[in-house]
Design a protein around this ligand. Structure first.
Ligand code: PEP
Ligand code: MN
Length: 345
């Protein structure tokens, strides 16, 4: 449930309400809106404590109907804006995160970073830990990859988005990353979700291959319930009967997640399609569906990529796409964020 506090509520009033809610088995999350404080009471508590509505400082009590609570728009009607270095997403800001699937060498990453930066993206992506279907496939450069990512940030100023696969690696990845990615295969790895929930670093949460929108939002709820409210939802395509594409981009999930949740929603047309030729139309469709950003795989030489080459854009194609994204973002009244306000002169 949500306890909406009165405009004149004092700290003491809030503390008294918290005490009552805790006694009833709820944990409290404080959400300070533009005007007033809202207390999100979640957890194993049942029902409304008697007399709560009559307490000083309480304006009203609103039940949340959805199974996801902290994630829902009912809890927080206004968009969450996430900032991490150059990146800004949500509330009218649109950012592009781009780069190779995996960090392969410093040269490969550095060339990618420079293309990504000059084309107008705000963040560099690249996996140092790769969750591969085959145990014999390239698994990533791990610690060395993280070091290369940190060097690429120094060179370009771009924010770094990189994946963590194992709960025991969260600490070392969090030391380097500006945004920590949870991949589709780990969307319901609950210990991992709890671990990144204890951080205050933004988390990019990909939708699982076969996850419903509700399961995806419930996974995000795990992270918020630990106190980390900085979650970016990423639609990356789901498994369907279609085999001509690697996955099927669920465009309706983008629009739906924006309605159901205050969290920013981005789309990943690269993993959704599996083919670089389809990245452009899916990227533009995602902007039209209301996405707050895009995650796109770019490689200096896709034919030589160690991972996901067929879906990676080459530098020229990425540059062309960025010009189109910029136009689309404007049409939908958003600001393409490149780390600073555009000079309108
Ligand atoms: C990736 O971003 O490279 C990746 C592995 O994506 P997903 O988890 O969506 O398959
Ligand atoms: Mn990939």
């Amino acid at each position: 449930m949500i306890v909406v506090m009165d405009l004149r509520a004092t700290e003491q009033d809030v503390a008294s309400v918290e005490e009552v809610l805790k006694k009833f088995g709820y944990s409290c999350h404080f959400i300070r809106g533009v005007e007033r404080l809202v207390i999100g009471a979640v957890g194993s508590g049942h029902g409304v404590p008697e007399g709560l509505e009559m307490m000083t400082g309480v304006e009203k009590i609103v039940p949340i109907m959805q199974p996801f609570k902290l994630v829902s728009r009912e809890m927080k009607p206004e968009d969450t804006v996430i900032e991490a270095g150059m990146l800004r997403l949500g509330g009218g800001y649109f950012s592009v995160i781009a780069g190779p699937c995996a960090v392969e060498s410093f040269t490969q990453l550095s060339v990618s970073a420079s293309v990504v930066r000059t084309s107008g993206a705000a963040a560099l992506r690249g996996g140092a830990f790769k969750p591969r279907t085959s145990p014999y496939a390239f698994q990533g450069l791990e610690k060395q990859g993280l070091e290369y990512l940190a060097r690429a940030r120094e060179e370009t100023g771009l924010s770094i988005v990189t994946e963590v696969v194992n709960p025991s690696d969260v600490e070392q990845v969090a030391r380097i990353a500006d945004v920590i990615q949870i991949g589709a295969r780990n969307m319901q790895n609950f210990p991992l979700l709890r671990e990144v929930g204890r951080l205050r670093l933004p988390v990019l949460l990909k939708r699982g291959l076969c996850a419903t929108v509700e399961e995806w939002l419930m996974a995000a709820e795990y992270i918020l319930a630990e106190g980390n409210y900085n979650v970016i939802l990423c639609e990356r395509g789901i498994r369907t009967f279609e085999t001509y594409t690697r996955n099927t981009l669920d465009v309706s999930a983008i629009a739906l997640a924006k309605r159901l949740s205050h969290l920013p929603v981005i789309a990943d047309p690269s993993h959704a399609s599996g083919s670089w030729r389809l990245v452009r139309p899916l990227a533009l469709a995602s902007v039209a569906a209301g996405a707050d950003g895009l995650l796109i795989e770019v490689h200096p030489n896709p034919a030589a990529a160690l991972c996901d080459g067929p879906q990676s854009l080459n530098p020229g194609h990425f540059q062309e796409l960025m010009a189109e994204i910029e136009i689309m973002v404007k049409v939908f009244n958003k600001t393409l964020w490149r780390g600073e306000e555009e000079n309108d002169c």
